[in-house]
Design a protein around this ligand. Structure first.
Ligand SMILES: CC(C)(COP(=O)(O)OP(=O)(O)OC[C@H]1O[C@@H](n2cnc3c(N)ncnc32)[C@H](O)[C@@H]1OP(=O)(O)O)[C@@H](O)C(=O)NCCC(=O)NCCS
Length: 175
């Protein structure tokens, strides 16, 4: 897979070096730690699929995203008013992270576009899957809104430390 200039996007591979990322704020340190300690094992065990952004010139991983199967449970209708299901099938962006030195270079946006493409063209094309979801961090809500996500419109969710945001794959512009 290829992406923005000088940055390549592909699945995590066994020989990849998972150290050396900079978290920036302490609140993002768990995302760095997950990548160092768990990403390869979860990828190999098919518990999660991790995609990496690589600075091709330096052969250095500068960002990653982890995708998992998921479902969302809510009493709030998320899509057509006809739907009253309490659970909906989804692909979840479980983790998304860019090195603090390369933020603002459209790498996060490209990883999200990759996730939406995978959910629409690979998953939903073969298995019932209506949404792509993320438990955002409050500081990242603005980022996900720009990528076309909607925040679940309940007071509890909007006040949450990890507000649920979603894209309806049938209504996304790419659908
Ligand atoms: C959030 C994160 C993944 C975004 O990746 P990025 O490569 O820095 O962002 P991009 O350059 O792709 O930004 C795309 C757009 O979103 C905007 N944006 C980026 N971060 C934003 C934020 N926190 N709030 C509001 N808008 C944001 C950019 O300005 C850009 O806008 P534009 O398209 O109008 O130019 C990255 O900053 C990061 O790793 N943050 C720390 C970890 C984190 O918060 N992960 C998400 C947890 S759920």
């Amino acid at each position: 897979m290829a992406g923005a200039a000088n940055i390549e996007f592909r699945q995590l591979e066994p020989g990849d070096k998972c150290t050396g990322l900079s978290a920036g704020k302490a609140v993002f340190a768990p995302l760095k730690t997950y990548f160092q300690r768990n990403a390869k094992a979860h990828h190999a065990a098919s518990l999660a699929r991790t995609y990496v952004a690589i600075n091709a010139a330096e052969a250095k991983i500068v960002g990653y995203m982890t995708l998992i199967c998921s479902q969302i449970s809510t009493e709030v209708p998320l899509a057509d008013a006809d739907f009253r299901y309490r659970e909906y099938p989804a692909v979840k962006i479980a983790r998304l992270f860019c090195d603090s030195n390369v933020r603002g270079l459209q790498i996060g946006k490209t990883l999200v576009e990759l996730a939406v493409g995978i959910a629409q063209e690979w998953v939903a094309a073969h298995v019932g899957c209506r949404f792509i979801v993320v438990d955002s961090k409050p500081e990242s809500v603005g980022f996900y809104l720009k990528q076309g996500f909607t925040i679940l419109d309940t007071l509890d969710n909007k006040r949450s430390d990890s507000p649920l945001m979603f894209i309806d794959l049938l209504r996304s512009p790419k659908a």
